[in-house]
Write a protein that binds this ligand. Structure first.
Ligand code: 13P
Ligand code: SF4
Length: 321
C-alpha cells in the first residue's frame, strides 16, 4: 500500500511538471481510473477518449489503454506528446487485421464503403472511408445504408453481425474477434440467469450472437453504464471487461453487479473477463512512461500515414457530434 501511495504521488507530480493529463479507458484497473479522475483527466469509452484528448489543452496526453487509443490520439493531435505506460498493450482485433492483408481484401471489393472499428492500426484506418466505435456503429451504418451503400466492415465479426442485424445493411465482414468478449458463454449465462431471475443482462456487442440474444441492453461501455442507470432491476449481469465495474458501480451504488460467466457448461469463472493488454497499464508502468518517454513510451505516427488516417477519424467525430 505504501508503495502504491508513493507511485500515485510521483504520478501526480510528473503530470503537473509535464503539463500532462491522463486519459483512461473503462477497462483499465480501478486504481488507474481513480487516478485519472483525481488528476482532472478522463475515464471514458473509445470515442470519448478520442474527443477528450483532442480538445484538452494539455501538451502531453498519458493514454492508459491500448495502443490503438494512443495512435488515435496522436493522429488527432500531432502537436501533442502522446505517452503510454507501455507500447506493448495491443488488442486482438488490431493484431488480427494486418494492414497488407486488409488492403488486399478491400481491393477485392471496390464497390463497398470501408468502415473500420477504432480498434485498428493507423495503417488500417488509412485504408478506410470511415472509422467507428461501438457507441455509434449502428447509427453510422444505418446512415450509410439509407444512402444505398454496401459496407465492408472490419475487424470484429460479432460487432459486424450485430450491426447488420440491427440495420439490415449489406455488410461483408472481416473475421476478427476480441479475446475477452469472445469468451462469454451462452449456456453458462442462461444458468446464471436462472439463478438470478430478477437480474438484467447487459452485453457489449463484441460478444457472440447467442450471448447478445440474451441481453436486456446491448451497447458500448458508456451505453452499458447508462443502461445500468436506466433499467429498474436491482441486479445486473454484465458481459464485458470487468474493468467497467468501477464506473458502473459509481453510477448505480445501490445495485448489485455480477460478472457474466466466461467458462463453459454451467461453470462460472469469476474475474476472468479482463483484457491482458489493458491490465498492463499499472501504476509503475505509468511512472516509467512519464519519467522515460522516448521510444519505449511515446507514440509516433509517420506524417503521410497520419494524414491518411485522419480523414476517416475526423469523419467519425463529425458524425458523432
Ligand atoms: P468502447 O469503449 O468503445 O465500448 O470499446 C470497447 C473496447 O473493446 C475497447 O477496447
Ligand atoms: Fe481489444 Fe478486446 Fe482488449 Fe478491447 S478488450 S483492447 S477489444 S482485446
Amino acid at each position: 500500500a505504501a508503495e502504491k501511495a508513493g507511485y500515485r504521488t510521483r504520478i501526480k507530480r510528473l503530470l503537473r511538471e509535464q503539463d500532462a493529463v491522463m486519459v483512461a479507458h473503462y477497462y483499465t484497473d480501478p486504481e488507474i481510473q481513480a487516478l485519472a479522475e483525481e488528476t482532472g483527466g478522463c475515464v471514458a469509452d473509445s470515442l470519448e477518449m478520442a474527443r477528450f484528448g483532442s480538445q484538452h489543452p494539455a501538451s502531453t496526453l498519458l493514454v492508459a489503454g491500448v495502443r490503438f487509443m494512443g495512435e488515435t490520439a496522436k493522429i488527432l493531435s500531432p502537436e501533442k506528446r502522446i505517452l503510454m505506460p507501455t507500447l506493448y498493450a495491443e488488442c486482438s482485433l488490431d493484431l488480427g487485421c494486418p494492414a497488407d492483408a486488409f488492403s488486399a481484401f478491400c481491393d477485392q471489393h471496390p464497390d463497398r464503403t470501408v468502415v473500420v472499428y477504432a480498434n485498428t492500426s493507423a495503417a488500417v484506418k488509412a485504408r478506410a472511408d470511415w472509422v467507428v466505435t461501438s457507441s455509434i456503429a449502428v447509427d453510422l451504418i444505418e446512415h450509410l445504408d439509407s444512402l444505398g451503400e454496401k459496407i465492408l466492415w472490419a475487424p470484429d465479426r460479432h460487432l459486424g453481425r450485430y450491426v447488420a442485424r440491427q440495420t439490415g445493411a449489406d455488410i461483408l465482414c472481416w473475421q476478427g474477434a476480441c479475446i475477452v468478449h469472445d469468451e462469454f458463454k451462452t449456456q453458462a449465462l442462461q444458468n446464471m440467469k436462472a439463478l438470478f431471475p430478477g437480474a438484467a443482462v447487459l452485453v457489449h456487442p463484441e460478444s457472440p450472437q447467442a450471448v447478445v440474444d440474451l441481453a436486456d441492453a446491448v451497447g458500448s461501455t458508456s451505453q452499458l453504464i447508462q443502461a445500468a442507470k436506466r433499467l429498474p432491476h436491482a441486479q445486473m449481469i454484465v458481459a464485458t471487461d470487468r474493468g467497467i465495474f468501477y464506473k458502473m458501480q459509481q453510477a448505480v451504488p445501490d445495485k448489485e453487479l455480477l460478472e457474466a460467466p466466461t467458462a463453459g457448461e454451467g461453470a462460472t469463472c469469476r474475474s476472468c473477463a479482463h483484457c491482458p493488454w489493458m491490465a498492463m497499464n499499472g501504476l509503475a508502468a505509468i511512472v516509467n512512461g512519464l519519467e522515460q518517454g522516448g521510444i519505449e513510451h511515446e507514440i509516433q505516427v509517420a506524417p503521410g500515414l497520419r494524414t491518411a488516417a485522419l480523414r476517416p477519424l475526423e469523419r467519425m467525430l463529425t458524425f458523432a457530434a
